[in-house]
Design a protein around this ligand. Sequence first.
Ligand code: GRF
Length: 205
Amino acid sequence: MLTKIAVFVSGGGTNLQALIDAQRDGIIKNGEIALVLSSNPDAYALTRAVNAGIDTAVVSRKAYKDIAEFEKKVCERLEEYEIDMIVLAGFMTILSENFVKKYDKRIINVHPSLIPAFCGKDYYGLRVHEAALGRGVKVTGATVHYVNEIADGGEIIMQKTVKVLKDETPESLQARVMKNAEWVILPRSCELVAKEIRKSKKGDK
Ligand code: GRF
C-alpha cells in the first residue's frame, strides 16, 4: 500500500504544484497525494488540487475559536482518508504539540531559509528574505524538516543553497529560492519520508 499523503496549504500552492508534478513524473512513487487540506477557503492551491483530480477539504482556521477545535476537525478529515503522512506546503497555522506528537516523524515542512538561520514563528513569507538580505548573507536556500513542537525546530531532512545576487530584492530572492530550492527538495524529501513510512507499514503486518 502506498503511503497516503495529505498536503496542508493556505495560499498559492506552488509547492503543492511541485508535489503534484513530481507524482506525475514518478519522483514521488512510494506515496500518493490523497487529500489537499486548506485552512483558507480562498487559497488558489485548492484550484490546483481540483485541476489535478485530488480531493480537497477546507477547514477554515477562522471558523474555530481555538486550535483544539480546529485540529479536531482536521483530524476527522485525516481519519476519513486514512492519511499516513502530512506535508505542510505554505500552511499558515502553527500546529499544537498535541497534534504533532500524534503524527511524530510523519509531518514535514518546507521553510525558505537554511535552518537554523531566519526561522521560527516570526519568520514567514517575505520576512525571511528581508531578514536574510538585511543581515547581508551571500548564500541562503531552503530546508525541509520534520515537524515537532518547536516552530521550524524538527530534524532536518534536506537543504539546498541559493546564492544571493547583486541588487537582489526580497521578492527576487523569494522567487529564486522557491524555484531553485523549495520546489526541488520538497518533492524529494516527500518521497524519502513516504518510502520510510511505507516500509514501516509493511513491517506492521
Ligand atoms: C513558501 O515560501 C514556503 O516555504 C512557505 O510558504 C510559501 C508557500 O508558497 N512555508 P506556496 O503556497 O507553496 O506557493
